[in-house]
Design a binder for this molecule. Structure first.
Ligand code: G3P
Ligand code: CA
Length: 290
């Protein structure tokens, strides 16, 4: 019994040390990346170290010095915005079924951490409001609207929350902290970006919030896009974002030629990180923000 307790303690100490070492290494790396002119975006938070889309993953990304956190937004049965990647709760909780089958309070009661590690059993599914109120103005927010066709009216709800929590961020917030000051030094770097694979939804977001930059995610099945489609996307989207393996120098140049930016997802190793840096992308979306 005593030896089992000791092993649990050592496991916890090991986990904390691992996170602290990673954070120390990452902070300097993320800082220098930003200085080089591109943003580091923590994909679903620092999801390589902590359960995705949870407070633990977002706070760790913040401590690691990421410029942005990326997270996924869907809608509950009672019409509230919630932060979860999959359309169902199956993979990240002990429950089953569609997100839209559960109310906000039911979702907030679900353990969304144990699937990753027992030490994260206190992490729950978050509301969009919780994430906005905790992080808006503290770190950049890359908000992905997930499967919007399943959730009529989701764009208006996202716009309302962004108006409520994001008001004045691009001016006032950027002066508030070192991190956001650093981001301000990257030309036109905003504090909030909204993205989706769904172009109809992104056009709607752009119409609702013309001052907030939007990004279109290009699915691998749509690649390569005809030049005319790239022109059309560039007419409303500030960013055209790709899976890193689809990007090459020519595509990055085509996007930059249209005066638009490009972010690459999901970078999980140093080799891909270096390749993206060489290509000159404007943002690197990574599970390991550093
Ligand atoms: O930010 C891009 C990336 O998040 C898109 O893929 O499946 O991780 O949401 P996914
Ligand atoms: Ca996402």
């Amino acid at each position: 019994m005593a030896s089992r307790r000791a092993s649990v303690v050592w496991r916890k100490i090991g986990l904390v040390l691992f996170i602290l070492c990673s954070a120390a290494l990452t902070m300097s790396a993320a800082g220098s990346h930003s200085a080089e002119g591109f943003l580091i975006i923590a994909h679903r938070g620092a999801s390589g170290y902590a359960p995705e889309n949870t407070m633990a993953a977002f706070e760790l990304a913040e401590r690691m010095g990421a410029d942005f956190i990326e997270f996924d937004v869907q809608m509950s049965k009672d019409g509230e915005l919630v932060v979860i990647h999959d359309v169902t709760v199956d993979r990240t909780t002990a429950f089953t079924g569609n997100v839209s089958r559960y109310t906000l309070s039911e979702l907030q009661g679900m353990d969304a951490g144990s699937y990753s590690h027992a030490d994260y059993a206190d992490e729950t599914i978050l509301s969009f409001q919780e994430v906005m109120s905790r992080f808006a103005g503290k770190i950049g927010l890359l908000i992905e609207i997930k499967e919007p066709s399943l959730y009529p009216g989701i764009e208006e709800k996202v716009a309302d929350a962004v108006r409520r929590y994001g008001q004045g961020l691009q001016v006032a917030g950027l002066r508030d902290t070192d991190r956001l000051q650093r981001m301000a030094n990257i030309e036109n770097s905003p504090a909030i970006i909204i993205q989706s694979f769904d172009r109809v939804s992104i056009r709607r977001m752009h119409a609702l919030l013309p001052e907030i930059p939007v990004a279109v995610l290009v699915h691998k099945d749509q690649h390569p896009l005809p030049a005319g489609t790239l022109d059309e996307l560039a007419s409303y989207s500030s960013y055209i974002n790709y899976s890193h393996d689809l990007l090459d120098g020519e595509l990055v140049r085509e996007i930059h030629k249209r005066n638009r930016k490009v972010m690459a997802w999901t970078v999980r190793n140093e080799r891909d990180m270096e390749r993206m840096k060489k290509l000159g992308v404007d943002g690197i979306i990574t599970d390991f923000p550093g």
